[in-house]
Design a protein around this ligand. Structure first.
Ligand code: SF4
Length: 123
């Protein structure tokens, strides 16, 4: 084996590694682009652009969601629980409507409530 043979056998390996690296980079870039697109896709719609959850929607019914928490029987809902003080409410407490992760692509009423209500964690 002479030095030319060695270099001939290594070249394809390097070339293949470079190709794999480029391929990995392209795959990563594609994934990053997709992630950014999804991020922009969801953030492009502010709460004001989204439809309100329909109380008759099967998921809303399953969770007893209502736009006006005060209409819920006191035995089922402690009086201090509203969407706007729920951990899943994506808006500020004074916002009338905001996103909720239970109802993707929709907004819930700040004065609403559902049985999935969860306390906000301090901090
Ligand atoms: Fe409202 Fe919380 Fe139920 Fe979402 S999970 S609908 S914010 S009470």
């Amino acid at each position: 084996m002479n030095s030319n043979e060695n270099s001939n056998t290594k070249k394809p390996r390097r070339s293949r590694l470079n190709w794999l690296s480029r391929r990995g980079f392209i795959k990563s870039a594609g994934a990053a682009t997709t992630a950014v697109s999804i991020g922009f896709g969801t953030s492009a719609f502010g709460a004001e652009d989204l439809p309100r959850v329909n109380e008759d929607d099967p998921m809303a019914k399953a969770l007893n969601y209502v736009h006006d928490a005060k209409t819920v029987d006191a035995a089922r809902r402690p009086s201090d629980r509203y969407c706007n003080n729920c951990a899943l409410y994506a808006g500020d407490a004074d916002e009338s409507w905001a996103k909720c992760s239970i109802f993707p692509g929709k907004v819930v009423a700040g004065q609403g409530w559902c049985s999935a209500w969860a306390p906000k964690q301090p901090g």
